[in-house]
Design a protein around this ligand. Structure first.
Ligand SMILES: Nc1ncnc2c1ncn2[C@@H]1O[C@H](COP(=O)(O)OP(=O)(O)OP(=O)(O)O)[C@@H](O)[C@H]1O
Ligand SMILES: [Mg+2]
Length: 340
């Protein structure tokens, strides 16, 4: 039997269509004008002990909702979740003992207390014995050097420091499973690297199962052997990361700021690229924010330098950046059949 068993899981939210103003708010009370959001629309998967699974997808895909159901915070609208054979929502206290969870957007530590006091409270809550606690703290200190932060109030920590403390806390009671929902959001490269070290090390030494949600494909590449891609509440891909890596490793996005950008620019860009590289150039163009254009290139088919040269000669490019493929573009490629 697998550690986590999810079958036909769904979650619908009923949302009131709000009207503007005070009068509107009053009328809303009686309107009954609801619409339904299918945040999770029938997903199934099994996860074994010791796996590190990247649970990825664009904004609003249903990732956090799935995690909230797996941790027992939300009750599913339909389908089944079993963790160690138990239904999370019905066994919240027992399940809490075997799970750790970090929501990158908020902390589970106490804002006004020094860090170490938060840890001590969690130690009591989870009945962690002193020896295990000390070993755990030593291990984290060795990995990411947190000791000097212990006397500091949580509210005074930087985002990166707070996240490292949150992760330390989530592993404190040596849970079988840790859910990390955007643990690297807004962090700089060096803190991200520390975060990855901790996650890897704990998985290796304690065989902790990890479900990781992130928008950073670098996290996924560094940590996961398996990924599940979700979009609009449905699973698009579940499998080996190698296949995905081989595919997406070849993609780069050129972000261009083009002078005198207007509604015909995208078409002109397309025409110019087709003229030079033919119809099968594997390049996708999309307008980004204010006059920035994303040109996503499959380097296996068309060398990036040639594309850049061609664009520079045909357009007045004011600024250019090269980035790895974004989550949104990954999903678009999967829809286009990139993995089938
Ligand atoms: N409590 C709620 N009430 C109503 N709608 C909700 C609620 N929570 C989530 N949703 C909606 O469900 C959908 C999925 O949201 P969810 O937070 O699971 O997405 P996500 O994949 O975690 O996205 P992100 O990458 O932005 O964190 C969204 O359309 C969201 O607006
Ligand atoms: Mg989320």
């Amino acid at each position: 039997m697998s550690l986590i068993h999810v079958k036909d899981l769904s979650k619908h939210f009923k949302i009131l269509n709000r009207r503007e103003g005070l009068g509107g708010a009053f009328r809303d009370l009686f309107s009954g004008d609801f619409r339904t959001v299918e945040a999770v629309a029938g997903i199934s998967f099994d996860i074994d002990a010791g796996e590190i699974v990247g649970y990825i997808g664009p904004n609003g895909a249903g990732k956090s909702t799935t995690i909230k159901m797996m941790t027992g915070i939300l009750k599913p609208s339909g389908g089944l979740i079993e963790i160690n054979g138990l239904v999370p929502y019905e066994n919240r206290i027992r399940q809490a003992q075997i799970m750790g969870v970090v929501f990158g957007q908020r902390t589970q530590l106490w804002w006004d207390l020094p860090v170490i006091e938060s840890f001590k409270i969690l130690k009591e809550i989870y009945k962690v014995d002193q020896k295990t606690f000390d070993e755990h703290m030593d291990m984290f200190n060795e990995l990411v050097g947190l000791k000097e932060l212990y006397s500091q109030q949580v509210r005074t920590l930087s985002l990166g420091q707070r996240m490292l403390c949150d992760i330390t806390a989530s592993f404190l009671h040596n849970p079988q499973i840790v859910f990390l929902d955007e643990p690297t959001i807004g962090l700089d490269i060096s803190v991200k690297a520390k975060m990855r070290t901790i996650i890897k090390e704990l998985n290796r030494t304690r065989n902790t199962t990890i479900i990781l949600t992130t928008h950073d494909l670098g996290d996924v590449e560094a940590l996961c052997n398996r990924i599940i891609i979700i979009d609009k509440g449905k699973i698009l891909y579940d499998g080996d990361i190698k296949k995905v890596n081989a595919l997406f490793g070849a993609y780069r996005t050129l972000k261009l700021q083009i002078d005198q950008f207007n509604e015909t620019t995208l078409q002109t860009l397309n025409d110019k690229l087709t003229e030079k590289f033919g119809t099968d150039h594997g390049i996708t163009i999309s307008e980004n924010e204010e006059s920035w254009t994303d040109v996503t290139i499959d380097q296996a088919r068309t060398p990036l330098s040639e594309v850049l040269n061609h664009l520079m000669t045909n357009f007045t490019v004011m600024d250019v950046r090269i980035v790895e493929i974004s989550m949104e573009n990954v999903v678009r490629k999967v829809y286009d059949g990139a993995l089938t």
